[in-house]
Design a protein around this ligand. Structure first.
Ligand code: AMP
Ligand code: MG
Length: 492
């Protein structure tokens, strides 16, 4: 039996959507890690993937039967400026797989050599960005955030030149699809209405089949994409996750988080926090993310105008109404998520102020984002097990006490038993996130001596982000001043 059973649909689209491209070979591939659980869900034999033969496929040395490797084309606004031609410059789509549940997924290799869209780049990836994406995307998945996944990673045995030479690596990435806002922009900018329609049909069939039954499937698709982005960015905000490079080519139509280049979870709360080394203006700062998502969606709506309605004025009105729904959808998702983080089952008008005041205090005292909420969860039930609380790692300063009292008063308005409330809070406030300094430590070890044990240890811990054990305190502890990582770099 074929090790991977492909069922390709994107490759059936006409040639203007992609270029056929085989991965470049790697000189001495070695496995970094295999996501056995995900492989099994995808109907891939995990033992095969973990074998020499599997590593050869991940590293790009063998194209498995049924794969139709290609690089897709797209455009996009990068930091606000339109680039008419981007594309998979260091990624190759091997094909699509139907999971055991019948869901369709792309299997893509990232870092497997140049393509026609490399624009002078080498199409390669150093091991650092591969490990970062592996750790953070899998952590996001465990945190319940829609995201691309990491199926496996391998080193290539070749060096990659950046500021210095680094070991090269390939990540096998899985996504519901890799179609982006920029994929639509590419054809819209060329006034290629046929391709725009073909792409929309493909997206509706694949991601929003219910839209088929609506009077205006394109509008329904657009509305669904908007709503998914509102949910997604609310999840990011509630976790202190900063994407870092929310360009329109990095927004997936399927609503999954993609591109873990300059991303990071915040330690100390600062709404203006930016990590990306090239984001000098703070365009993609934490507090900007909802606004930028809204802006990105308006770019999508704009691209869809020619097929939203045959009459331009009507198309514009439909697009505008759809786009205008975003702020409220985001607010609702964010408010609901915040209520759960604070242990509330109901939402009252006065909660807005309670929440705003907490953000204010967190910013003023530079409180650790993750431990602030986790500590609140500890405090929600006086009878809770001290073994499971983070009091050793974090305590509120006295100046926060009045706020804590207000919070307690608000909690008392609900009749939820405190054990139940605490369980709700523990489910919504993780204790283990991929802290930047831990990710950095894992990368440095791999770069230096090829030691993957810090990476593997971190991966194992992040499998259970909500379950605290004091023995693992180190992984829940914010960085010392000398461990703080202030910048992350684009994964190029
Ligand atoms: P990103 O900033 O990761 O979203 O990438 C932006 C664009 O640059 C995409 O079209 C990538 O395919 C391309 N790109 C990034 N890194 C490389 C590389 N090392 N070689 C070729 N193309 C790249
Ligand atoms: Mg990208």
């Amino acid at each position: 039996m074929a090790p991977i059973v492909f069922d390709n649909s994107f490759a059936g689209l006409p040639g203007q959507f992609y270029t056929h491209q085989t991965p470049a070979p790697a000189s001495a591939p070695e496995a970094i890690r295999v996501n056995r659980h995900l492989a099994t869900q995808l109907g891939i034999d995990a033992n095969w993937l973990d074998s020499e033969a599997g590593t050869q496929v991940i590293a790009g040395n063998a194209v498995p039967p049924g794969a139709e490797p290609l690089a897709s084309v797209y455009a996009g606004h990068q930091f606000g400026g339109y680039n008419p031609q981007l594309g998979d410059g260091r990624a190759i789509l091997l094909g699509e797989i139907l999971s055991l549940e019948g869901r369709r997924f792309d299997l893509q290799l990232k870092g497997s050599g140049p393509t026609p869209y490399s624009r002078g780049g080498d199409g390669r990836s150093p091991i650092g960005p591969v490990l970062r994406e592996y750790v953070v995307s899998e952590a996001m998945h465990r945190l319940g955030v829609p995201t691309t996944r990491a199926l496996a990673a391998a080193t290539t045995g070749d060096k990659v030149q950046r500021d210095e030479l680094y070991p090269g690596a390939v990540l096998a990435r899985v996504a519901s699809s890799h179609i982006r806002i920029g994929s639509f922009q590419y054809f819209a900018a060329r006034r290629d209405i046929d391709s725009l329609s073909r792409l929309s049909d493909h997206v509706i069939d694949r991601h929003y089949p219910d839209a088929r039954n609506s009077d205006n499937p394109i509008l329904t698709m657009l509305e669904a994409i908007i709503s998914q982005q509102a949910q997604l960015v609310a999840r990011w905000q509630l976790l202190g996750f900063i994407h870092g490079v929310m360009n329109t080519d990095n927004v997936l139509i399927c609503g999954e988080t993609i591109d873990y280049g300059p991303c990071a979870f915040m330690d100390q709360f600062n709404p203006d926090q930016v990590f990306s080394s090239i984001d000098h203006a703070g365009r993609y700062a934490y507090r900007q993310q909802p606004t930028i998502a809204h802006w990105n969606l308006s770019v999508l709506a704009q691209a869809l105008l020619p097929i939203l309605d045959s009459q331009q004025e009507r198309a514009v009105a439909l697009a505008q109404t759809a786009i205008n729904a975003f702020p409220n959808q985001f607010l609702q998702a964010n408010t609901q998520g915040m209520a759960h983080k604070l242990g509330l089952q109901t939402i009252e008008e006065q909660d807005t102020e309670l929440v705003e005041d907490l953000w204010q205090l967190m910013a003023e005292h530079a409180l650790d984002f993750t431990l602030t909420f986790r500590r609140l969860a500890d405090l929600a039930n006086e009878a809770s097990d001290a073994e499971c609380n983070v009091a050793d790692l974090f305590e509120f300063p006295d100046t926060v006490r009045p706020w804590l009292e207000r919070w307690c008063t608000r909690l008392a308005q609900e009749s939820t038993p405190s054990t139940e409330r605490q369980a709700l809070m523990y489910r919504n406030n993780p204790v283990f996130i991929p802290r930047n300094h831990l990710v950095e430590t894992a990368i440095v070890a791999a770069n230096g001596s090829g030691d993957l044990s810090p990476f593997n240890e971190l991966m194992d811990i992040l499998e259970n982000p909500y379950q605290y054990r004091k023995a693992l305190a180190y992984f829940a502890t914010p960085p010392n001043p000398d461990q703080v990582v202030r910048q992350t770099f684009c994964g190029t």
